[in-house]
Design a protein around this ligand. Sequence first.
Ligand code: PEP
Ligand code: MG
Length: 367
Amino acid sequence: IDQGDWVIVDAEEGTLHIRPDDTLYDAYKGRVSLRSERQAAYEALKDLPARTTDGTDVSLMLNAGLDLDMEMMKQAGADGVGLFRTEFQFLVSESLPKLNDQIDLYKRVLDKADGKPVVFRTVDLGGDKVLPALNLQREENPALGWRSIRFALDHKGLFRRQLRALVRAAGDRPLTIMFPMVTVVSEFEEARDLLLAEVEWSAQRTGRRPSRVEVGVMLETPALAYGLPELAGKAEFLSVGTNDLMQFFFAADRMTPHVSDRYDLVSPSALRFLKEVSDSCKTYGIRMSACGEATGSTLSALCFVALGFTALSMSAGSIGPVKQMIRSLNLQAFRPDFLAALNAPQQDFRNQVLALAADHGIELFDG
Ligand code: PEP
Ligand code: MG
């Protein structure tokens, strides 16, 4: 690309158009102005609840990772932060962030949340999120490797320091924490015990403890879906991380473009699996939510709500469209038709759900 060349960066598609011709330029200009019009319409919904026409409230939360993102929470009208990716601070630093740096960040996030809930996801490092400072070995299959909670439990010094920072930042405010990529319940128990030990340690030294500690788990491996009976009474909530869960469910690497979009969450197999998860959560009294990119598509969000999810966390730009979709939905009328279709799918299930949504007057805004 030469100095002064025009380029179009399409951050939705992940593509770059170099020296676009007039037709392409006009097409993008059209898309940008359509989007601004839509954003203005979503602005008007900002202070309205994400409530279905028959009265089910869905809490729409923000996925964040920097304290800058917190500005978006109010702008987008989010009900809180459903996923705070704490590893961002580690990834943008040359060296490991010190205890006080971590405390400062988490405090700023809680201050800016102004009493709204924030779910801190503990460090999700390893795999493709490699820290030069840790000098890790190259792995054949990083997504399946020494990462996430596995990595954290094997680096107890680093992990405990982070838990300490979270507890100290909360002071006497409520603290909500979830652990990523838990595969077996014992990993959750080990991590939770480390957290509770930090709460006690901190209470002894500072005389303060969080007014409430909520501990949850991310459902990112199919194995954990069958560990929910043992998780009952231990984890208060579960958040489905669709990005990792779907890559493991379909055995399709999320980092390999040829396969990352090959399989569809809006498919009978994935949604039947998620229905099992939803049914188990009800049976075992585990509150459930979903985060990951899929929640930002209005069609996928519709499927989650139809499966009984009442909390979804997404990027700021998706909150308006998803809220508008929910406000057009009569859940009691749609759910039986949706579940019947899931039991008797036609060949093109996505189109079947799209047609059902159209029949029910549900407004979808994807693409
Ligand atoms: C996920 O896997 O869906 C998720 C939210 O975590 P991350 O994208 O950070 O792996
Ligand atoms: Mg993940």
